[in-house]
Design a protein around this ligand. Sequence first.
Ligand SMILES: [Zn+2]
Length: 76
Amino acid sequence: MLIKTAIVMVAVYLLYRLAKYAIKKKLEKLLNRTMKPEIKNSGQLVQCGKCGTWVNEQDAIKKRGLVYCSRTCLPD
Ligand SMILES: [Zn+2]
């Protein structure tokens, strides 16, 4: 009787863990999908030192204290 109760308790606990894990994964997926564009847009904009194009700081190329929009604008 006691063993049966223990088995049921373990099974319930495992199911609870599994459900919690599944919900967490689902939420993470949902959050990632909704937050990704926001993160990209929240990046600081910097101006290219050569052509003046505004680019995301993460996409910009930094050299000697100046930023450039792409390799084509990099000085030799
Ligand atoms: Zn440029």
